[in-house]
Design a protein around this ligand. Structure first.
Ligand code: HEC
Ligand code: HEC
Length: 213
């Protein structure tokens, strides 16, 4: 594991307590000045793929409902600036202003997320990794950043995973592992988390995540 990941893991374990407490105290969307009502109107064009209120029914298209606002905002910026590439999504982010992104982010964060279902076969492989990592390959516990129920850490912009489509999550883990998705310190961190995972572990983790709630 690189020093970058070690440093961030230490930050995750020790340095994040203040923002988490702030989030619990009601400041769950730090740094954003979005307007939920304005976001609702702007989200009409997103529904074709991400579903009504961000609950996509198509496994390749991510659910946005209940996703952390800062995370959504950062990902929209990444698509717009070309740091995260996807031929379908990039043109959708291109025309958005900074205010549009903030409004959309707080709107989706405020929508209830629909649950998913995990495949039972995956639990034996995925649960130990999710909860404890793989020590001899330097893979950290997923729960350390994404939380025991997959709720993420909105203040730190660690995304919600619970209920997400397995097909989408699997594609993202492979993109991180291949180094295709690694923008910024956080993208790099996640790409190093995924670097040592096998195809079988990725498939199991992706469906396990979908069943978390
Ligand atoms: C034509 C289909 C389509 C439309 C319309 C669309 N998206 Fe997307 N969106 C996608 C796809 C596909 C992805 C996954 C891209 C990838 O695999 O990297 C995505 C990914 C995202 C992500 C990243 C989610 C995550 O968990 O990392 C965000 C945020 C997002 N879209 C927001 C929006 C917003 C806001 C709108 C409306 C302004 C919108 N999208 C419109 C197809 C679409
Ligand atoms: C050190 C903190 C940390 C750990 C540990 C971690 N993640 Fe992540 N994860 C992140 C961050 C931050 C992102 C968003 C990175 C970015 O901007 O692309 C992310 C993104 C993801 C995504 C993409 C989410 C989406 O909506 O596109 C998946 C899937 C994921 N992680 C799964 C896992 C799994 C499985 C594990 C355990 C093997 C794990 N993560 C461990 C911090 C972490």
């Amino acid at each position: 594991m690189s020093n970058v990941v070690r440093g961030l893991l230490v930050a995750c374990a020790f340095g994040m307590s203040a923002p988490v407490i702030a989030a619990e105290a009601g400041a769950a969307q730090p740094f954003l000045q979005g307007d939920i009502k304005a976001g609702e109107a702007k989200a009409a064009s997103c529904a074709a793929c991400h579903g009504p209120k961000g609950n996509s029914a198509t496994p390749a298209w991510p659910k946005l409902a209940g996703q952390g606002a800062v995370y959504v905002y950062e990902q929209l910026q990444q698509f717009k600036e070309g740091h995260r590439t996807n031929a379908v999504m990039a043109p959708m982010a291109a025309p958005l202003s900074d205010q549009d992104m903030q409004d959309l982010a707080v709107y989706f964060a405020a929508q209830p997320a629909s649950p998913g279902v995990a495949s039972e076969d995956a639990v034996a492989i995925a649960e130990p990794i999710y909860r404890a990592g793989i020590a001899d390959r330097g893979v950290p516990a997923c729960s350390g950043c994404h939380g025991p129920t997959g709720a993420g850490n909105p203040a730190a912009a660690y995304p919600r995973l619970g209920g997400q489509h397995a097909e989408y999550a699997q594609a993202q883990l492979k993109a991180y592992r291949a180094g295709e998705r690694k923008a910024g310190a956080k993208g790099l961190m996640m790409s190093q988390v995924a670097a040592e995972l096998t195809d079988e572990e990725i498939a199991a983790l992706a469906t396990y995540i979908s069943g978390l709630q």
